[in-house]
Design a binder for this molecule. Sequence first.
Ligand code: AMP
Length: 204
Amino acid sequence: MTALPTDAAPIFALVGRPGAGKGTQGRLLAERVGVPTLSTGDLLREAAETSTPLGRTIERYLSRGHLVPNRVVLELLWTRLEELSTYGCGVVLDGFPRNIRQALALDHVISPRRLDLIVELAVRQEVATERLLARRRSDDGLETIQRRMDAYDRTTVPMIEWFQQAGRLVRLEAHHPAEVVHRRLCEAVESLGASNVMSPRRQQ
Ligand code: AMP
């Protein structure tokens, strides 16, 4: 794995329970900052559509609402990040990292750099569940949603607490309308002294 991305290129990560709005906020932030967004959920859904043994294995995890094993996620993500680093640009990660091992692996891969910003989009489970049910993706049935929520509470919450204790996390209330959350997210980016990462063409 080559070093990625270049020094000036920002690396952000959005974490939060399913239905918190990571996809929407990731796209908005990426557009504002002028970098691509990279969703491990999208990567895995793409891989699951291939009729290979790996694709079928991934599909089983997705349809059951279980986290896909780290080895598989990391392999797919590193490959995509390496492609991005060719262009020397930053990235907004959506849905990654989701557990402490993934966070450590990311720290290692981008070392000596660190994530510029890790944002938790915090929303109550009932609100998130309602959003997911309205969306109707194939893994958005009630039983699968419950398993995804359980995986979040069991595996991702300890990672969030770990980042919080290290003073590396910003928590944003995510039950507000998308444009309000986006504004606060941009403020969080700016308050970190990362305002220079705002794309000039979008800064009015
Ligand atoms: P998302 O699109 O982020 O809601 O993710 C959809 C599904 O993809 C999740 O329920 C997991 O099964 C899987 N997934 C996405 N990101 C990860 C990750 N970082 N680690 C493990 N599984 C993941």
